[in-house]
Ligand binder design. Structure first.
Ligand code: NDP
Ligand code: GDR
Length: 344
C-alpha cells in the first residue's frame, strides 16, 4: 500500500487530494497545525474524516524538527506540500510569517527528505501569483516571474528550492504552477467564495449587499477537484518537472459577480466609476454590490491566463469545468448551507 503525506489537510486542495488518493488505495497522512479549535469541516463534508486509511498528524511547516519526525515515522512514498499561508491579502500584513511558512516551510520538508530518504517524491504547490506583473500572455512554464506580494515572493523561493533539490540531490521533486482553482470548499476570504456565499445570503434575506475591492482583476479560474488530479499525475510521471495547470481562459471578478447573481435570476447593471461603482439589481433598482477600498491591495496582479498545454501533452491533464458551471455549483451549495444554518 502506497503512503502519502499531505500537508494542510484542513485546506481546500488537501481535502480533495486526500479523497482522490484514498480512492486510489493509498494510506493517507493528513497534517494539521495545532490551534485552539482545529476545524475539519472540509474532510467531514467529503465524508472521509473517519476513513480507515486517513490518519491525521499534527505538524507545523515552520518546525524543521517536526518535518524530520513525521517523515521518519510515516516513511512515505510521496509528500504533497499543500500547506501555506495562502491568502495574498494577509501576506501584506504578515510578510515575515508568510515567508517562513510559505517559503521556508517547503525547504524544511525538502531538507528532511534529503537527509532521511531522497527516494521520497515531493510535490510543491506553486502558483500563478509568481508571474505577478505579467509580461507574457498566456503564462507558461518558461514565463519569467515578477511576484507582486510577499506571498508571491515566498512561493518563488519555495519553487526554486524544489528545482534546486531536484537538480542537486536527484530528488523526484515536482512543482505545479497552478492558476486559481475554486470549489464549494474554498475559504470565504477568497473572492469567488465570498461572492457565492454573499449571493446566497442576499437571496435568503440574510445580507443586503457585497462589498468588494478591485473588480477589474482578471483571473484564470478552474475547479479544484480537477486540479488535485493534476498534482497526483505529476508524481506518477516518468521524471520530475514543472507544470502549469490552468483553464487557458480569463475573466474579471466583475464577470464572476454577474454569473453568481444570474444563478438566482438577478441581472446586474453597473453604474459609476472606480470606488463609486455599484452593481444594481436591474428589476428592483437596489444596490447589491459596492466597492470598499479596504479590499484593495498595495500591489495587484492584474491579468492571469495560463497555458497548460505541457500538462496536457505529458500528463494527459486538461481542465474541464467551465466557470459558469463552477459558479453555479458554488452558489447552489452556499444556498443549501445557508438554509441549513451552516457557518462554513
Ligand atoms: P487553503 O488556504 O485552503 O489551505 C492552506 C492550508 O495550509 C490549511 O490547511 C492551513 O491550516 C495550512 N497551514 C497554514 N499555515 C500552516 C503552518 N504554519 N503549518 C502547517 N499548516 C499550515 O489553501 P488551498 O487549498 O487553496 O491551496 C493549497 C496550496 O496551493 C497552498 O499552498 C496555496 O498557496 C497553493 N495554491 C492555491 C491555489 C488556489 O487557487 N487554491 C492556486 C495556486 C497555489 P489552517 O486551516 O490551520 O489555517
Ligand atoms: P488570489 O485570490 O489573490 O488570486 O490568490 P483572491 O480570491 O483572494 O483574489 C482574486 C482577485 O480578486 C480581487 N478582489 C478581492 N479579493 C478578495 N479576496 N476579496 C475581495 O473582496 C476582493 N475584491 C476584489 C483581488 O484583489 C484579486 O485580484 C488565490 C489564492 O488561492 C492563492 O493562494 C493562489 O496562489 C492564487 O489564487 C493563484
Amino acid at each position: 500500500m502506497k503512503k502519502a503525506i499531505i500537508t494542510g489537510i484542513t485546506g481546500q486542495d488537501a481535502a480533495y487530494l486526500a479523497e482522490l488518493l484514498l480512492d486510489k488505495g493509498y494510506l493517507v497522512y493528513g497534517t494539521y497545525r495545532r490551534t485552539s479549535s482545529t476545524n475539519f469541516w472540509r474532510i467531514e463534508e467529503l465524508g472521509i474524516e473517519n476513513h480507515a486509511n486517513l490518519k491525521l498528524l499534527e505538524y507545523d511547516l515552520i518546525d524543521l524538527s517536526s518535518a524530520y519526525r513525521i517523515i521518519s515515522e510515516v516513511e512515505p512514498d510521496e509528500i504533497y506540500n499543500l500547506a501555506a499561508q495562502s491568502f495574498v491579502g494577509v501576506s501584506f500584513t504578515q510578510p515575515v510569517a508568510t515567508a517562513n511558512i510559505t517559503g521556508v516551510g517547503a525547504l524544511n520538508l525538502l531538507e528532511a527528505i534529503r537527509a532521511i530518504n531522497p527516494k521520497i517524491k515531493f510535490y510543491q504547490a506553486s502558483t500563478s501569483e509568481m508571474f505577478g506583473k505579467v509580461h507574457e500572455i498566456p503564462q507558461s512554464e518558461s514565463t519569467p516571474f515578477y511576484p507582486r506580494s510577499p506571498y508571491g515572493s515566498a512561493k518563488v523561493f519555495a519553487h526554486w528550492s524544489t528545482i534546486n533539490y531536484r537538480e542537486s540531490y536527484d530528488i523526484f521533486a515536482s512543482s505545479g504552477i497552478l492558476f486559481n482553482h475554486e470549489s464549494p470548499l474554498r475559504g470565504k476570504e477568497f473572492v469567488t467564495r465570498k461572492i457565492s456565499d454573499s449571493v446566497a445570503k442576499i437571496m435568503l434575506g440574510k445580507q443586503d449587499k457585497i462589498e468588494l475591492g478591485n473588480i477589474d482583476a482578471k483571473r484564470d479560474w478552474g475547479y479544484a477537484k480537477e486540479y488535485v488530479d493534476g498534482m497526483y499525475r505529476m508524481l506518477q510521471a516518468d521524471k520530475p518537472d514543472t507544470f502549469v495547470l490552468s483553464t487557458n481562459q480569463t475573466q474579471t471578478v466583475r464577470d464572476f459577480v454577474n454569473l453568481a447573481f444570474k444563478v438566482i435570476d438577478v441581472d446586474l447593471v453597473w453604474k459609476g466609476k472606480d470606488v463609486n461603482e455599484v452593481g444594481i439589481d436591474a428589476k428592483s433598482g437596489k444596490t447589491l454590490v459596492s466597492i470598499n477600498p479596504k479590499f484593495y491591495r498595495p500591489t495587484e496582479v492584474d491579468l492571469l491566463i495560463g497555458d497548460a498545454s505541457k500538462a496536457e501533452e505529458v500528463l494527459g491533464w486538461k481542465a474541464k469545468t467551465s466557470l459558469d458551471d463552477l459558479c453555479e455549483l458554488m452558489v447552489k451549495k452556499d444556498i443549501e448551507r445557508n438554509k441549513n444554518g451552516s457557518t462554513f
